[in-house]
Design a protein around this ligand. Structure first.
Ligand code: ASP
Ligand code: MG
Length: 469
């Protein structure tokens, strides 16, 4: 790297699961910051957010003993990692004090929630924001142990202001931009490395809010937009976005470059799931994002930009799969030409809390098929039977275990013959295609097969589109 870059480096929980890993992360940041200006965003230590959510469930059930023992486990985990990762005794003492103060606040919160016996969206966000508060304390002190100057901050401290939509808040970007840059610029010019807790911010009343699961990615891109970073690196345990799941396709490869829109489609599938809103803050300033592995830093990963290099543009960039879903096919003569049929079906499913992943209707209008998560299948079928069977629906057919295969690539747009290649390849492997959907953006072509056929279909397509080359 020749010129100095302003970087935002985000580390996911899987990169922070032990003292050894945290030390490696700090070392990496320390080295990167010798030649560049680094701002760090961290998730909670692996699994900690899940543990906090579990604590909230204990509180809801009034199970004080279980909540306390889960808290004790969290305390021990963090104190142990802190002890093992900082060697300078002064810095360790400072870190211990910091962690103890945070853990005491967490304990106070749990007691309060327990007394009230309720978990509100607001108290839940406050509770689950503690994972990141604890992790950044540790990472920042490990950096100090390496003689880097570093400060740890929460999303609230750094100035991320959001709406009050607890659990899936959005940043108020104008205010956030002013506050974040006012807070970070002086630190950066003094060569201090800010280590910021991902996932959470605060609303205008100062109440902690979160962005939803995986929200640290979003924090990283928000910060990057506020300080006009040159690049954002999402560091995790995968090498980048892949042409297919390497468990299914042996010679699957890291995709070198994709566009923001392609990445948004891919973010929903595969090993590296990215918070879907993460790309928004990058779009106006066209800040590039890299998806890289913490454990394989020589690999440059996948670059996400507005305009990927021509040489990397292929018709199809990857073949992804979402396995183990249920397909429901609904038929009935009275569905034909009856306005509102689809609306009725979807609202009945929505009322039951079932999320629909894929939809298709034949032009004869005599059948509508939907794909839902397997966990939702029974609920979906029950509610359709109770509310609509014998009325607008005459017959319901269910296929219990199907896979959605999705080909993604903006090169499909306007390219003639993609579908025939896709279904030709499936046919050669004697794979029966159960349902097809393509959005008119032509960025994504998805079809459904029996789950037992999915490996053969994915392998055939990976080969057909020469994705290993
Ligand atoms: N710790 C949060 C979660 O597990 C946020 C994140 O990891 O990005 O969802
Ligand atoms: Mg996480």
């Amino acid at each position: 790297m020749t010129s100095k870059l302003r970087l935002v480096l985000k580390f996911g929980g899987t990169s922070l699961s032990s003292a050894k890993q945290i030390k490696a992360v700090a070392k990496f940041v320390h080295n990167v910051s010798k030649k560049n200006q680094a701002t760090v965003v961290c998730s909670a230590i692996n699994d900690v957010t899940d543990q906090l959510i579990q604590i909230s469930e204990f509180i809801q059930k009034g199970n004080k003993a279980a909540a306390s023992s889960a808290l004790a486990k969290l305390k021990k985990q963090h104190q142990q990692i802190a002890k093992e990762s900082v060697s300078n005794s002064k810095i360790r003492k400072k870190l211990d004090e910091k962690l103890n103060a945070i853990l005491a606040e967490l304990e106070g919160l749990l007691n309060g929630m327990m007394l009230l016996g309720e978990v509100t969206p607001r108290s839940l966000d406050y509770l689950i924001s503690f994972g990141e508060r604890l992790s950044v304390g540790i990472v920042s002190h490990v950096l100090q142990d390496l003689k880097s100057k570093s400060v740890d901050l929460t999303g609230k401290d750094v100035g991320i202001v959001t709406d009050s939509n607890f659990g899936s808040s959005k940043p108020l970007m104008d205010t956030t931009r002013l506050r974040v840059s006012a807070n970070l610029e002086p630190m950066l010019s003094k060569k201090i490395i800010p280590v910021i807790g991902g996932f959470a911010g605060a609303d205008q009343h100062g109440h902690i809010t979160t962005f939803g699961r995986g929200g640290s990615d979003y924090t990283a891109t928000i910060i990057a937009s506020c300080i006009k970073a040159d690049e954002v690196w999402l560091m995790s345990d995968v090498d980048g976005l892949m042409t297919a799941d390497p468990k299914i396709v042996k010679n699957a490869k890291v995709i070198p470059e994709v566009s923001y829109v392609e990445a948004m489609e891919m973010a929903l599938f595969g090993a590296k799931q990215i918070h879907p809103r993460s790309f928004e803050p990058l779009l106006t300033k066209k800040i590039p994002l890299r998806i890289r592995s913490t454990f394989n830093v020589n690999n440059s990963g996948t670059l996400v930009t507005a305009t990927p290099d021509e040489s990397t543009n292929k018709t199809v960039k990857c073949v992804n799969v979402i396995r183990h879903n249920g397909l429901i096919d609904m038929r009935g003569g009275s569905m034909v030409g009856a306005p509102g049929t689809a609306a009725t079906i979807f609202s009945v499913l929505a009322k039951a809390g079932v999320n629909i992943m894929m939809i298709s209707q034949s032009p004869s209008e005599s059948s509508i098929s939907v794909v839902v998560k397997k966990n939702d299948l029974d609920k979906a079928v029950n509610t359709m039977e109770m509310n609509l069977l014998g009325k607008i629906i005459k017959k319901i057919d269910v296929t219990a275990d199907v896979a959605i295969i999705a080909l993604i690539g903006s090169g499909m747009r306007g390219t003639v013959g993609v579908a025939s290649k896709v279904f030709g390849a499936a046919a050669k492997k004697k794979v029966n295609v159960v349902m097809i959907a393509q959005g008119s953006s032509e960025l994504n072509l998805a079809f459904v097969v029996k789950d037992s056929d999915c490996a053969a279909a994915v392998q055939a397509l990976h080969e057909e589109f020469k994705l290993a080359e």
